[in-house]
Design a protein around this ligand. Structure first.
Ligand SMILES: [Zn+2]
Length: 154
């Protein structure tokens, strides 16, 4: 049986994801994204939110409006990474939900090497089916986060 590494654990990722999800003001869908380098160090994080420069109104989170305004957690994390102006190697994206096709494009273009997600709520919806095709074509592996794994980077 292989030995667990101690500097980084799935439990820690899930805790950090939960913290990030809780920051979201979306009353229905709370999504977090954590980017780690190859050593398991968290280099950026994000949650689904509205643009900070907007004067947010209560109705902005209504279903009719939020999809036009919301920035997905993955994009917020990538934006944070860009603002940090450094390029860590072998980045892994840990995400609450399987990424949509727009986020998949941003993630592969940012050099993310692997995607780990907690749940895929709508696997049959076109934007997730297309997302899988994009990730496969870019040869970026994706898999559900498993608490049973001994090595979190597998
Ligand atoms: Zn997305």
């Amino acid at each position: 049986m292989s030995k667990s590494i101690t500097i980084f654990s799935i439990q820690k990722v899930l805790r950090e994801l939960k913290k990030e999800e809780e920051k979201s003001q979306d009353p229905r869908t709370k999504v977090g994204c954590i980017l780690t380098d190859g050593q398991g160090i968290i280099v950026a994080r994000g949650h689904n939110r509205l643009p900070v420069t907007l004067q947010v109104q209560k109705t902005d989170w209504s279903l009719a409006i939020k999809n036009d305004l919301v920035i997905h957690a993955e994009m917020v994390a990538i934006l944070t990474l860009v603002k940090l102006d450094h390029q860590p190697k072998k980045l892994i994206a840990w995400i609450s939900h399987f990424p949509c096709k727009e986020c998949a494009k941003i993630l592969i273009d940012s050099g993310i090497k692997k995607i780990k997600y907690r749940i895929n709520k709508y696997p049959r919806r076109n934007l997730y089916v297309v997302s899988k095709k994009i990730l496969s074509r870019a040869e970026v592996p994706f898999s559900k986060i498993s608490v049973k794994t001994n090595h979190p980077f597998d």
